[in-house]
Design a protein around this ligand. Structure first.
Ligand code: ATP
Length: 306
């Protein structure tokens, strides 16, 4: 019994680690087929999408019962609109995306898509409807083409190339000696964080899900990469119901609504201009990021022109 206990514990550990990081979620579910902790109800029906409108209604959640993480969060992402969630580290932003993908169930309150409680629909249909661009994409040890096609296995070479172009990674791939046949991942070409994220965006463009969750990378990107990724994200989110978990405020300026989360509660909400005028937490975060960006630009200019 002990002999089998240990490997099982290890699998559990790896599973929790992956789940926590939201890394390569779709690959993980392909391996595990379903989430063993969250089970479909016996009468669960496939999610029926019309809008789709995503709603959080007084959602409360904790990982550990003596430390509440979300303390009554309500908001709506209208069909085809983009809502951004911002806030200090640890505020509970990524927890929101984990709840939508149903890694966990809410403790109180509910999350609905087109009026259907996520707990009443099959996980398979829910996850088919959601495209997730995670913070950190883990690539398969296979070709770039394979990694992009994973979004829709029956996509043609032409579709794969078109998706890569839209994700602003096509020219880079074509510049490689083996192009789309280049091996990537641990045993192949190591892509940078920004390149991996664009591969994930290309994959999501192919999947063409009605709902999109973008969990932005925390890591700093250079201005050019940031702009390319922003263009790619704008392409993929156009007309889709999109929730952006944002760390860089420059990516949320055009959001239809910005939710400022602090300590598990919505502290401020509105469009960029409204929140700047409010001169509260968002305005402070905005000024701090702008000052940091200006300081790094000055430093770069000084280095180029000694
Ligand atoms: P960041 O901007 O730093 O990514 P965040 O706002 O996305 O932060 P979350 O990842 O949602 O924050 O985490 C919210 C809080 O929940 C944090 O204090 C974190 O330590 C805690 N937390 C996250 N996952 C777990 C877990 N599996 N078990 C216990 N606590 C957790």
């Amino acid at each position: 019994m002990m002999q089998i206990q240990r490997p099982l514990n290890q699998i559990g550990f790896v599973y929790r680690e992956i789940r926590q990081g939201l890394a390569d979620i779709e690959a993980m579910f392909a391996l595990l087929d379903q989430d063993p902790e969250i089970e479909d109800r016996p009468d669960a029906a496939p999610l029926a999408i019309t809008g789709p409108v995503l709603r959080f209604e007084d959602v409360r959640f904790h990982y550990d019962s003596n430390r509440p993480i979300l303390k009554g969060v309500s908001f709506e992402v209208p069909a085809g609109k983009t809502i951004a969630v911002v806030g200090p580290s640890g505020a509970g932003k990524s927890t929101i995306s984990r709840l939508i993908y149903r890694f966990y169930d809410t403790i109180e309150g509910k999350i609905t898509i087109d009026g259907q409680d996520l707990r009443d629909v099959t996980q398979k249909s829910l996850r088919a409807a959601i495209g997730m661009v995670p913070q950190d994409t883990v690539l398969f040890n296979d070709t770039i083409a394979y990694n992009i096609r994973y979004g829709r296995p029956d996509a043609t070479d032409e579709d794969v190339r078109a998706a890569a172009q839209m994700a602003q990674i096509g020219d880079f791939i074509e510049s490689l000696p083996q192009g789309y046949d280049t091996q990537v991942g641990e045993r192949g070409l190591k892509l940078s964080g920004g390149e991996k994220q664009r591969v994930a965006i290309a994959r999501t463009i192919l999947k063409a899900p009605p709902i999109l969750i973008l969990d932005e990378a925390t890591s700093a990107l250079d201005t050019q990469t940031e702009q390319e990724i922003q263009t790619a994200l704008d392409t993929v989110s156009k007309g889709r119901t999109t929730l952006v978990i944002a760390h860089r405020l420059s990516t949320v300026v055009n959001a239809d609504e910005i939710i400022v989360l602090r300590d598990g509660q919505i502290a401020e909400r509105g469009r960029h201009g409204d929140l700047i005028a409010l001169d509260g937490l968002y305005a402070q975060m905005w000024n701090r990021q702008r000052e940091a960006a200006e300081a790094s630009e000055r430093l770069a200019a000084a280095q180029n022109d000694p």
